[in-house]
Design a protein around this ligand. Structure first.
Ligand code: ADP
Length: 448
């Protein structure tokens, strides 16, 4: 077992990893930028190292500073968390070259899955269905036009290096191809430093269904069921639930089996998530995230398994020690992503938290690094808290979620809590009848 883990991240996820480490008797090293000196993840860690100024490229993305911090503190492993360097294959490689364990998959798996064209090819080879589209990157606008003519509108242009919904453009009419193609490439270049794009049929009303996977280094793979992440804005998740209200038992088993079989064929290790679009009873693979997901707590709630603990355990080389049949699902869980944003305009709302009182009680979990007096810096992601609520049934979960939002106080900054209350009060949400376009449409027509 590891004795000391350096957590190469900040905010609620750094705290989440710290908690798993402490419960396993592992010491933690926090790293922080100058602006995060009084952050909760720094306060709770056994040791902390300042790795640079506020901009992420100078601190949380500064590989040399992170490796130096791990060396001087004598850490034996590095956990990359979510975002920042968590899907950077070079980082994973350098961590191992410097003699630390990387708590994540191999650099090769990160590389393949980080290139969405390569990822689609890899999983197609393993027998997974994908959204119909270009066979690889689309290098010229002429190629893009020909493809639109072949598969018909609407078509989605996506960045090969994509993430966070960036670099995606919809083509609704053949006349729009040139402009959308150019826009997608320049957005991809700005966001990822790589302007390669590919194209897919733009599915009309799919749901986003993803499968949580865990693999050890001995070839054992299990899945922890699905999450429904169809409540999205700008292709980014807002609310997630597990299990999906749209799947029946056969579909649930089918997608879980498809995903874990593919991960096994690919020789994957660690935690990972395969994302699918689900429409008319069919699943189409869209991508695999080779890291922990923001929404992992809802899976923990319905399986009773600490995924970060499992992630650390398999990184030591330990075998899973259980099989798919040992994993059971109970109840229902929903997560609301609470962002420091105006709930009506989505404008960022950093600043000082003057009062903080989290929701509590049976079945309520709040993952956050906020405290009264803390100043949310304007520099990083706007996610400041995750409200995760569990109930024996979906209805119990919804009732509990409603009262949890009512009692959750974060004063001084604006947050998306009021938006969440509106979302979960809609009849379509209560009935589980929504798809990836539902929230955007509601926001557009002002009926939320
Ligand atoms: P990113 O890595 O940027 O998050 P994904 O490929 O995971 O990109 O897609 C993010 C979201 O975009 C999906 O959850 C879905 O809402 C939407 N999306 C992606 N591909 C398609 C498609 N072919 N048709 C319709 N919606 C799509």
């Amino acid at each position: 077992m590891f004795e000391k883990i350096l957590i190469a991240n900040r905010g609620e996820i750094a705290l989440r990893i710290h908690r798993a480490c402490r419960e396993m008797g592992i010491k933690t090293v926090a790293v922080h930028s100058t602006i995060d000196a009084d952050a909760m993840h720094v306060r709770l860690a056994d040791e902390s190292v300042c790795i640079g100024p506020a901009p992420a490229r100078d601190s949380y993305l500064n590989i040399h500073a992170l490796l130096s911090a791990a060396t001087i503190t004598g850490a034996d492993a590095i956990h990359p968390g979510i975002g920042f360097l968590s899907e950077n294959a070079n980082f994973a490689e350098m961590v191992e070259e410097h003699g630390f364990a990387f708590i994540g998959p191999t650099a090769d798996h990160i590389r393949v899955m980080g290139d969405k064209v390569a990822a689609k090819r890899a999983v197609t080879g393993a027998g997974l269905p994908v959204v119909p589209g270009s066979d690889g990157a689309v290098a010229t606008v002429e190629e893009a036009r020909a493809l639109v003519q072949r598969i018909g509108c609407p078509v989605l242009i996506k960045a090969t290096a994509g993430g966070g919904g960036k670099g995606m453009k919809v083509v609704n009419h053949i006349d729009e191809v040139d402009e959308q193609y150019r826009l997608a490439r320049s957005e991809a270049k700005a966001a990822f430093g790589n302007d390669e794009v590919y194209m897919e049929k733009y599915l009309a009303r799919p749901r986003h269904i993803e499968v949580q996977l865990l693999a050890d280094t001995h070839g054992n793979v299990v899945h922890f069921g699905e999450r429904d992440c169809s409540i999205q804005r700008r292709h980014q998740k807002v609310v997630e639930e597990a299990p999906s209200p749209a799947l029946n038992k056969q579909e649930r088993e089918k997608v879980g089996m498809l995903a874990s079989r593919t991960a096994k064929l690919l020789g994957y290790r660690g935690v990972g998530t395969m994302e699918f679009l689900y429409e008319d009873g069919n699943f189409y693979f869209i991508e695999m995230n080779t890291r922990l997901q923001v929404e992992h707590p809802i899976t923990e709630a319905i399986t009773g398994i600490d995924l970060v603990r499992e992630q650390i355990r398999v990184a030591t080389g330990a075998p899973l020690g259980y099989t798919q049949e040992d994993i059971t699902f109970e109840g229902h869980a929903i997560e609301c992503r609470v962002n420091a944003e105006d709930p009506d305009t989505f404008a960022p709302s950093p600043g000082k938290v003057v009062a903080y009182h989290p929701a509590g009680g049976l079945g309520v979990r709040v993952d956050t690094a906020l405290y009264a007096g803390y100043s949310v810096p304007p520099t990083y992601d706007s996610l400041v808290a995750k409200l995760i609520v569990y109930g024996a049934t979906r209805n119990e979960c919804l009732m509990r979620l409603r009262r949890s939002i009512e009692e959750f106080v974060i004063d001084g900054i604006k947050t998306t809590l009021p938006l969440h209350q509106r979302i979960i009060s809609q009849n379509e949400f209560i009935d589980g009848q929504y798809d990836i376009r539902w929230l955007e449409n509601k926001l557009k027509d002002g009926s939320l």
